[in-house]
Design a protein around this ligand. Structure first.
Ligand SMILES: *[C@@H]1O[C@H](CO)[C@@H](O)[C@H](O)[C@H]1NC(C)=O
Ligand SMILES: CC(=O)N[C@H]1CO[C@H](CO)[C@@H](O)[C@@H]1O
Ligand SMILES: [Zn+2]
Length: 449
């Protein structure tokens, strides 16, 4: 929020400076500068922030193999084009964020190769700016946390502490520190030590802000809802919820680059491992990159990252002790409820059950909000990817019910990961409805006996 204020000031100050005739912009003294940095530019140093002015989002559709090959090459070649997914098959629709300086030749390419397409957004920065006004300041009192705004990591963590102080059945957990030394904090809600537990992981991808917001919503509902069905879920099961398992990345999206996805591990000239490609289960076999500059970099080796190791250790230590029978990973966007595997289309042993629960959950969302969510295994529903936490949790940790949710918006969203704050509450509510539906359906089938 601080950076937002500085930017607003930055627009105003040069105008004031020009209006007062005595001011020499080249004098080297910067009386109006309020930043700690001593260098200056017309009075105030601009923040070190990625900007996406005049970046466009294109949604393209592939008609033939030549177009697919072309776009696969294009993704390899250019870091000025951010692919949201990879070119794979005829009929597929793909969103691509195109840097301003590439708009002309990208448009030419579409024309030359006759690709069907739509421009979803002409200036992505506008969306980021507008929605930065929906972020509460970092130093806000954590008791003001709500589901009409987005919140910094610090506020979320303070809120967990406050809730634990208020509700005796809630304890704060700490998995340990991240690469950059931030704690990975969560909570455990225990009504009865003999209950089976549900584990919720969120925020593994930094820019998917709706995921941590949904996690806090669920914690709050479980503690405060007057709905008898919700109260029953809170007392029949124990809940372990970590709102941000990639705290370094989450902080970075608030301070420097709204579109950051990975952790912040350094690799020479660039940073970041996609933590959801780093788990030691068929690691680096499909749908991940070996290149550290890529958004889906799998890391130098399986389980190389501290954040990955923390979660693995936590699950290993607690899966038996806490009887964790359900694992939910929260992501955005695309509106999908997916189960293993991500690395292969081979079916898990309880495929039919997971398919059935997923379909019931999608129907429950449809009834609640009218939104369309699709359900299926991850490999076939979104795209093949290996090293994901869900595959690991199911195959290696033996957790039978495992899902990855892609929350709002729709697959051709114009906002990508910048979900308007007015949608936090309904999105979180429908996600919770899906979880409830899955848990109740799994209970009927005897998964929690
Ligand atoms: C990951 O897979 C790619 C493609 O098969 C391979 O070239 C690369 O060496 C692998 N990386 C590691 C660290 O094994
Ligand atoms: C992407 C975007 O701009 N989303 C929203 C930002 O916030 C305003 C105000 O709530 C919404 O109207 C936008 O749709
Ligand atoms: Zn994600």
């Amino acid at each position: 929020m601080l950076t937002w204020r500085i930017r607003a000031q930055w627009l105003v100050i040069p105008i004031l400076a020009m209006a007062s005739s005595g001011t020499n912009l080249d004098s080297g003294s910067c009386p109006a500068a309020k930043t700690a940095d001593s260098s200056c530019l017309g009075g105030v140093t601009p923040p070190d922030q990625a900007r996406y002015d005049n970046y466009r989002i294109y949604n393209v559709e592939f008609d033939n193999e030549q177009q697919i090959e072309l776009f696969q090459k294009l993704e390899e070649q250019s870091d000025s084009l951010t692919f949201i997914g990879h070119a794979r098959e005829i009929g597929q629709k793909l969103s691509i964020l195109v840097a301003a300086h590439r708009v002309a030749d990208f448009a030419d390419l579409l024309k030359t190769y006759k690709l069907k397409h739509r421009v979803l957004t002409y200036n992505f920065q506008e969306k980021i700016d507008r929605n930065m006004s929906e972020v509460q300041p970092e130093d806000i009192d954590a008791s003001k946390l709500d589901w009409q705004h987005f919140f910094h990591l610090k506020t979320i963590y303070e809120w967990l502490d406050k809730m634990a102080a208020k509700y005796s059945q809630l304890t704060v957990l700490d998995m340990g520190t991240s690469t950059q030394g931030n704690p990975i904090k969560g909570v455990k809600l225990v009504s009865n030590p003999n209950n089976k537990a549900i584990f919720i992981e969120s925020g593994i991808h930094a820019r998917e802000w709706i995921a941590p917001a949904t996690a806090t919503y669920i914690i709050n509902e479980l503690l405060t809802s007057q709905d008898a069905q919700v109260q029953k879920l809170a007392t029949d099961y124990n809940w372990i919820i970590f709102p941000s398992v990639n705290p370094d990345g989450y902080k970075y999206t608030f301070e420097h680059d709204r579109m950051w996805r990975k952790n912040r591990q350094l690799f020479g000239t660039c940073r970041g491992v996609d933590l959801n490609r780093n788990y030691p289960d068929h690691w680096n076999s499909t749908g991940s990159s070996s290149d550290p500059t890529r958004y889906d970099f799998a890391g130098p080796s399986a389980g190389s990252e501290l954040e990955t190791q923390r979660l693995i250790e936590f699950i290993r230590e607690n899966v038996g002790k806490e009887q964790i029978k359900t694992y939910i990973a929260l992501h955005s966007y695309s509106q999908m409820l997916m189960f293993p595997y991500g690395y292969t289309k081979d079916r898990v042993s309880n495929y039919a059950d997971l398919q059935e629960f997923g379909q019931k959950a999608a129907a429950a969302i449809k009834a609640e909000s009218g939104r369309d969510y699709v359900s299926g295994n991850l490999y076939e529903t979104i795209y093949p990817s290996s090293g994901g936490s869900m595959d690991w949790a199911h195959a290696e940790a033996g957790i039978p019910i495992a899902y990855t949710f892609e929350l709002r918006g729709p697959p051709d969203s114009q906002d990508l990961f910048i979900l308007p704050a007015v949608e936090i509450q309904p999105t979180a509510s429908e996600a919770f409805t899906a979880i409830r539906t899955i848990v109740e359906a799994a209970a009927e089938k005897g998964y929690y006996k």
